[in-house]
Structures are given as structure tokens and as C-alpha cells.
Design a protein. Structure first.
Length: 276
């Protein structure tokens, strides 16, 4: 996959009103009104193209990823929004093949339990791979991310939740903590896309079983938690087209439009369509 050819980040709508954005970013923006400045650093269409281009990569080339690109991905995560600016993130970058292979083995072991649990579901709602058993031709021997040259483990420090207002901490502390880490991950995935790289969100690493084994393997302090991991590398295949709901079906103005409320059967049909 070639590096995505996005236009320059500066949108020069009105050169006479163009101002440099403070902070030494080198970016410029547009001041719409003297008393109410609105700075634009990327055209919306450029941004939407980036969002639509980002896809989860399920198969990677083994080609190495330069260190400076990995640093750029983490830099994007570092600037993510977080509850009370708590910045709970810690990043572990893994390139050693032996360590990555061990992580793959741990995720594979967890995957077998996941498959057995999936089989308790109604058949139409199961992940397609759940019905396969060891030895089946269609069953992958290892996760698709196994060949990715870089794994980035995102850890969170729950102690940073003390930065929240007390009522928020007591009522929504966990959700704010998770949302902060999710925001960092999204920034990282978008950054990887701009660099011509693929990424995969490895959610299994946040499972308690996997987390315990990775904590020991990677020397992660007990007070930190593993949020998830990201595999990064050059895509070895193009993803299938993605099913996205129509905007008109999900947007409501002023009040919830009950005519758009989906029945249980409609939700079920939607989920089944995702499995195809």
C-alpha cells in the first residue's frame, strides 16, 4: 500500500488573514473573525478521506517500520484528549521477534477459549471462525497480526483518575479512563494511515487472562493495566469493503425520532449482515 496522498495540511482559504498557530507547530490557520477566531489546519474533505481510509489490517508484510514512523504514531497518541488532561497512557514498543512470538502464542491460547464461548451463541450471530476447530483448512494457525514488525502495547495508569472532579471519579471514573485511552488509540491509528501503514487493534491483550501473562512477560508494574495493543506494519492485502450505516438513519434533530428506533429484529439482522 502506497503512502496515502493527502493534500497539504494547510487550507489557504484567505491568505490575507492567515495566521501561524501558536506553539511552534509550523501550521497555519484561518481567522474568520477578529473577535472570534476560528483556525483551520486541515480541509474537512481531507480529514474525512483520512477517516474513511483508515481500516483494520488483518495481514501484514514483514518489512521493518522505521523508528521515526513509530515515534510519529506515538506522538499522535500523546496529544489525544483525556479526562481532566490526566494523560494516563504509557507505551511499550516491541520489535523483538521472540517477544512478539510469545505474545502471539498467548493471544492464540486466549482465542481458543473465545471460540468455545462463541459457540454458545445462536449460530447466525457467531463469528464465522468460531465453528472451526484445530485442523480445519479455514482456521488460521496464528492471528493475522503475527507478521507485523511492530507491536505497541498501550498501558493505562488508573491512579491518574484522581485528577477528575470527585463526583466524576465516583460515578464515571472507569468510563472516563477507558475513553481517554481509546482516544489515544484512535489518534495512533489515524496517524499510521497517513504514513502509509496499516494497524490492527488487538483487543485480546486487555483480557484479564492475557493481561496477567503479558504483565509478567513485559515487566509491567502491578498498578498499571493493559488497555489494548496495536500491531503496526505495511498491509499485505486490501481490506474488504466496510458496511457503514446511512447517516439519515442515525441522526435525530431536537428530539429522538421514534420512527427511526430499530426493533430487536432489525438489530439482529444488522449484526448478521456484519458477519457476512
Amino acid at each position: 500500500m502506497d503512502k496515502m496522498n493527502l493534500p497539504p495540511a494547510t487550507l489557504d482559504l484567505a491568505p490575507s488573514r492567515k495566521k501561524e498557530i501558536p506553539g511552534g507547530t509550523g501550521l497555519t490557520g484561518i481567522s474568520q473573525q477578529p473577535d472570534k477566531e476560528r483556525r483551520v489546519i486541515m480541509d474537512y474533505d481531507q480529514f474525512l478521506t483520512l477517516v474513511k481510509t483508515r481500516r483494520s489490517t488483518r495481514k501484514f508484510k514483514t518489512d521493518p517500520v522505521p523508528d521515526d514512523l513509530v515515534e510519529k504514531i506515538i506522538e499522535a497518541g500523546r496529544w489525544a484528549p483525556s479526562g481532566a488532561n490526566s494523560q494516563p497512557w504509557e507505551y511499550i514498543v516491541i520489535k523483538d521477534k521472540g517477544t512478539k512470538d510469545r505474545i502471539v502464542d498467548i493471544v492464540k491460547e486466549h482465542g481458543e477459549y473465545n471460540r468455545k464461548v462463541e459457540l454458545t451463541r445462536e449460530e447466525k450471530l457467531r463469528w464465522p471462525s468460531a465453528a472451526k476447530v484445530a485442523g480445519d483448512p479455514g482456521l488460521k494457525d496464528a492471528p493475522g497480526f503475527k507478521d507485523a514488525p511492530v507491536f505497541i502495547i498501550l498501558c493505562g495508569d488508573p491512579r491518574t483518575r484522581e485528577s477528575y472532579p470527585l463526583l466524576t471519579l465516583l460515578t464515571r471514573g472507569d468510563s472516563h479512563f477507558a475513553s481517554s485511552l481509546a482516544g489515544a488509540f484512535l489518534n495512533m491509528a489515524l496517524a499510521a494511515t497517513t504514513l502509509g501503514l496499516g494497524s490492527q487493534w488487538i483487543s485480546a491483550t486487555g483480557h484479564p487472562f492475557v493481561m496477567c501473562l503479558l504483565r509478567e512477560l513485559l515487566g509491567i508494574p502491578d498498578k498499571l493495566v493493559i488497555y489494548d495493543a496495536m500491531a503496526v506494519g505495511y498491509p499485505a492485502e486490501q481490506p474488504r469493503p466496510r458496511l457503514v450505516r446511512e447517516r439519515a438513519d442515525m441522526v435525530h434533530y431536537e428530539r429522538y425520532d421514534r420512527a427511526k428506533y430499530r426493533t430487536d429484529e432489525q438489530i439482529k439482522d444488522f449484526i448478521i449482515s456484519l458477519r457476512k
